[in-house]
Structure formats: structure tokens, C-alpha cells
Design a protein around this ligand. Structure first.
Ligand code: IPM
Ligand code: MG
Length: 361
């Protein structure tokens, strides 16, 4: 019997700021793969400020339905200064948090890799960062980001108080631990769990569970580090890390920090996965409103996010590698968008970078 071929569906969410222009370059790559036989189709939907403008909500039912039905989601970026004065629940970032929660995308993978060609783009000395290859596994649907109670209220004496709650259930720690241990097994088998167990009970539990899980992954060498020390070690000796696993808020901060080791946040993709491998893929950078619409943005993080989509949600390693090799090739050719430009290279626009990757493909 012939194996039944199932078309895979991708939801494309361009978002705000530079989102639409960088996503457009990734879609050109997708079209090329499709023309070469990849069995996919895709549908666009708005998220963030774009969705607020069309539907008065950053994650409207229209987008929710398309995303719930898709096998994977490719996102540009959300946010912009014009939305900063909106009521909190309508701001673009709330759309991003809502889609993460709605689709249960608890496992956030943020690689920080230094391409050899970009060793001088980092603000750290080349010898400190060359060969850098770290994977940050960030828990994405719990912690102080979602914990209740939360809010701003007024005390009896009239003074206002802001509240957020850091909490993690054992099951939430175990499921992110599983992703991290398994990722470490596929890499150099080193896992560093980052917490603040000397002060915060939530992360004391985190440390205990990670230590317990290590019994099921005896081939992985597990270490623990307090988050303040981890921040220091990341700039002092970043190559000591292989896989880092941490909670939502620490992961938010450490992943931005790690991204700069690699020279430009414009190079880094990310994946946010649920238990069944469905994922949302987005560049690690934001919507960069200052350069939006000018064809200046670096589309490589989005193109590399597409590679992660093919790898993790569609199990298509050859297509993922084909994209990654094409990106390596354009860097080797000396093509650079402005964020990674250095003297002696050729400065190109966002769309010219897209042209070059397409040719290399
Ligand atoms: C990120 C971003 C988001 C976060 C914001 C935009 C809500 O900083 O993806 O790291 O804090 O998670
Ligand atoms: Mg962040």
C-alpha cells in the first residue's frame, strides 16, 4: 500500500514592525521548498498590534483558530511604541503570551551559536566566544509570568502595591526537564540548571526535581548554578555551557544576554514547543520599530527559525540542514545586513539577503 501523504499546514504570523519584511524572506524560502516537492500549505493571520488594528484584540479568535489547526506556526515579531498606551490586556505582548499559553508551548529552545564568520561582531573578545554553541531551554508558560495572584491594587492606607507570583508545579518542572535532558543527550551531554535556590523556594523545588530526574539520564552531567552567577559566567567563560535549563523569567533575561555573545540578536532563531511537537518558531529578536519598513532588517534569524520548524515539527532534517547551509554560505560570501556589518564585507538589504539565501539554496 502506498503511504498516505499528509499536507502539513503552517500558520504565518508576520506581526508588527520588521515582522512582515523578515517573514516575507522566509516565505520565499518556503515557496522554493514547496516547488521542490515539500508537501505544505500555509495561511496568514495577524498577531499583536496588527491583530489589534484589524480585530481589536492582540490574539483574536480568527488567529486562534488558524493556529490551533496548524501543524506549526512561523512568527515575525510583535510590538511597537504606538501600542504602549493601550490598556494592558490589549497590548501586542499580551498576544504573544496568550498564544504561548493557549497552545501550551512550554518548551522554548533558544540556541546561541557563533558563526565563525561573525567572530568580530561580538562585543566580547573573539577568543572568548569563538566556537560558542549554547542551547538555552527556557520554560515558557509558567513562573512569575503567569502566576496568580497578580495585579496592582490599593492597600487600606491608600498606597498602591504591585503583585506577581512565582510558582512552579512539579509536573511543569519535569516536562521542561525532559526536553532539556533529551536535548543534552543529543549534544555534549552537559546540562546546567539555573535557579535561585538560595533565596526562592520555587526554585529550590526546581533544583530538587532536576537532580532527581538526572537518575533517568545518567549519561548527562548535571550542574546547578545560581542565576546571578550564571549571568556572570555567560560573559566570563561562555564556552563552559552546553545546554542551560531555566524558568521563564531567568530564561528571558539570560537568553538576551547569550544572544549578544554571538554578535547579533539578528542571527538567532527560537522554537516554542508543546508536548506533541507542535511549535511556534520566531526570531529571538523583537520588532525593531526604528528600522521597520526600510528593508534594513536581518532576515536570517527568521529563515533559521524556519529551519527549526522543519526539524522539530516536521521531522525534516535534510530540509533544515539545506537552509542552514545556505545561510552559512551567504555569510562565507561576505554578505552582511547592517547589524552584522564590518569593514571588508558587502552591506546588503533585507530583501537582498533573502535573494542570496534563495540562490545558495
Ligand atoms: C521574549 C520577549 C517576550 C517575553 C515579551 C515580548 C513578552 O521578551 O520572547 O523573550 O518576555 O517572553
Ligand atoms: Mg525576552
Amino acid at each position: 500500500m502506498k503511504e498516505k501523504k499528509m499536507t502539513k499546514h503552517i500558520a504565518i504570523l508576520p506581526g508588527d514592525g520588521i515582522g512582515p519584511e523578515i517573514v516575507a524572506q522566509a516565505v520565499r524560502i518556503l515557496d522554493k521548498l514547496k516547488a521542490d516537492g515539500l508537501d505544505i500549505d500555509y495561511q496568514y493571520a495577524p498577531l499583536g498590534g496588527a491583530a489589534y488594528e484589524e480585530y481589536h484584540h492582540p490574539y483574536p479568535p480568527y488567529t486562534q483558530e488558524i493556529c490551533q489547526q496548524a501543524d506549526a506556526i512561523l512568527l515575525g515579531a510583535v510590538g511597537g511604541p504606538q501600542y504602549d498606551t493601550l490598556e494592558r490586556s490589549l497590548r501586542p505582548e499580551r498576544g504573544l503570551l496568550a498564544i504561548r499559553k493557549d497552545l501550551n508551548l512550554f518548551g522554548n529552545l533558544r540556541p546561541a551559536i557563533l558563526y565563525p564568520e561573525l567572530a568580530n561582531a561580538s562585543t566580547l573578545k573573539p577568543e572568548v566566544v569563538s566556537g560558542l554553541d549554547i542551547l538555552i531551554v527556557r520554560e515558557l508558560t509558567g513562573d512569575v509570568y503567569f502566576g496568580e495572584p497578580r495585579g496592582i491594587h490599593t492597600l487600606a492606607n491608600g498606597e498602591r502595591e504591585g503583585i506577581n507570583t512565582m510558582r512552579y508545579k512539579e509536573s511543569e518542572i519535569r516536562r521542561i526537564g525532559k526536553i532539556a535532558f533529551e536535548a543534552a543527550q543529543k549534544r555534549n551531554k552537559k546540562l546546567c540548571s539555573v535557579d535561585k535556590a538560595n533565596v526562592l523556594e520555587t526554585t529550590e523545588l526546581w533544583r530538587e526535581i532536576m537532580t532527581d530526574m538526572n537518575k533517568d539520564y545518567p549519561d548527562v552531567s548535571l550542574t546547578h548554578m545560581y542565576v546571578d552567577n550564571a549571568a556572570m559566567q555567560l560573559v566570563k567563560a561562555p564556552k563552559q555551557f552546553d545546554v542551560i535549563v531555566t524558568g521563564n523569567i531567568f530564561g528571558d533575561i539570560l537568553s538576551d544576554q547569550a544572544s549578544m555573545l554571538s554578535g547579533s540578536i539578528g542571527m538567532l532563531p527560537s522554537a516554542s514547543l508543546n508536548e506533541s511537537g507542535k511549535g511556534l518558531y520566531e526570531p529571538s529578536h523583537g520588532s525593531a520599530p526604528d528600522i521597520a519598513g526600510k528593508d534594513l532588517a536581518n532576515p536570517l534569524a527568521t529563515i533559521l527559525s524556519l529551519a527549526m520548524l522543519l526539524r522539530y515539527s516536521f521531522n525534516n532534517e535534510p530540509a533544515a540542514q539545506r537552509i542552514e547551509q545556505a545561510v552559512g554560505q551567504v555569510l562565507a560570501q561576505g554578505l552582511r545586513t547592517q547589524d552584522i556589518y564590518e569593514v571588508g564585507c558587502q552591506k546588503v538589504s533585507c530583501s537582498q539577503m533573502g535573494d542570496a539565501v534563495l540562490i545558495a539554496l
